[in-house]
Design a protein around this ligand. Structure first.
Ligand SMILES: O=C(O)CCC(=O)C(=O)O
Ligand SMILES: [Fe+2]
Length: 336
């Protein structure tokens, strides 16, 4: 069945991780400098969740049976308080992060990514918090965990410096992050900018041949959850001189026994490869470890019960793991 084949992911064309060339406005650093830093996410003060108005199913967008869950995407929903967003921004716009983790590609000219929990403890505690994961999982219809540290808290920064005068929606939409499928099953796109008076700045999502839906939270701290590996989307610039900053966190199924079509195509050209490959390997090995333990348990149980060895089942298991290992090997290539 065609739907069983995941979309081909096209990544940035550049040959290696490239530092961004344009400095971000000093005002971003200035505005976050005096925020008293908090190390850990606290749901009591930082969570502000309300259910999305609607959850679109894969069936509704013509992709029934594809992906890892029947859920395609949510409409924007409130997720974090103002205080939480201030903390996130204060961790992002530091000289340390801007100096070492500010990269660009032909998809987007300003991305902050690859910083670990050591450099941004609050951000990482947000996305590993059980309450946050509970919400994300409930909406996704499947239990999710962050894919790995490197792709947690990826941030797109777009500053409209065109000084364009906004006329009543007459202009063409400008892209802040080009059309693509993600390399990971689910993403949560969180708005980190104040949206007061923002024009544009949505995430545009292709729901069918001629059906593009634009989604954007009405306020800072709103988020959209989507099965980005299976739904084509892009980010639109905010017009009229506004900043548009979004944080994208990638998720994979928690269960080792669920299909996982995570690849590294979109990440390789914007990542430090040894670090990316280490984190990819670590989680892939964890999944394999759990699957092998489970298979071994089944074999031993049958043996103990004096049942005949399930040769066919074993073959199927091994073939599946071989596919998983082959994918893993195939993803850990040099960029040529
Ligand atoms: O910034 C957005 O709205 C979405 C960006 C995106 O799709 C991505 O970074 O993969
Ligand atoms: Fe994306």
């Amino acid at each position: 069945m065609a739907i069983a084949i995941p979309p081909v992911v096209i990544g940035p064309r550049q040959k290696q991780r490239t530092k961004a060339t344009k400095q971000l406005p000093q005002s971003l650093i200035e505005s976050t400098k005096n925020v008293p830093k908090v190390q850990r996410f606290d749901p009591n003060t930082h969570l502000n969740f309300t259910d999305p108005e609607k959850i679109y199913s894969m069936k509704e967008i013509g992709r029934e049976g594809g992906g890892i869950s029947p859920v395609a995407l949510t409409t924007p929903f409130s997720l974090f308080t103002q205080e939480a967003i201030e903390q996130i921004r204060a961790e992002l716009f530091t000289p340390e992060i801007l100096e070492n983790y500010h990269v660009k590609s032909d998809f987007a000219s300003n991305m902050l990514r690859g910083y670990g929990a050591k450099n941004a403890p609050f951000i990482h505690s947000v996305w590993n918090n059980p309450k946050v994961l509970g919400i994300v999982s409930k909406l996704a219809g499947i239990e999710l965990v962050p894919i790995f540290e490197y792709d947690t808290g990826h941030t797109n920064v777009s500053i409209d410096d065109s000084n364009s005068v906004v006329k009543n929606g007459e202009e063409e939409d400008e892209t802040a992050f080009a059309w693509h499928f993600d390399s990971v099953p689910f993403v949560c796109v969180t708005m980190l900018s104040d949206c007061t008076g923002m024009i544009g700045g949505e995430t545009a999502v292709r729901l069918g041949e001629d059906n593009v839906m634009k989604v954007r939270g009405p306020t800072q701290g709103c988020a959209v959850l989507m099965q980005g590996r299976y739904i084509e989307h892009q980010a639109l610039k905010a017009r009229g001189g506004a900043e548009r900053i979004t944080m994208i966190t990638s998720f994979r199924p928690k269960s080792a026994f669920v299909k996982d079509e995570t690849i590294l195509v979109g990440m390789r050209p914007i990542s430090h490869l040894p670090e990316l490959y280490m984190q990819y390997s670590e989680y892939r090995l964890e999944i394999l470890e759990e699957r092998i333990r489970n298979q071994l348990r089944k074999v031993r149980e049958r043996k103990r019960a004096l049942l005949e060895f399930d040769t066919k089942g074993m073959e199927e298991f091994l073939r599946e793991q071989r596919g998983y290992i082959d994918t893993t090997i195939g993803e850990m290539v040099e960029l040529d």
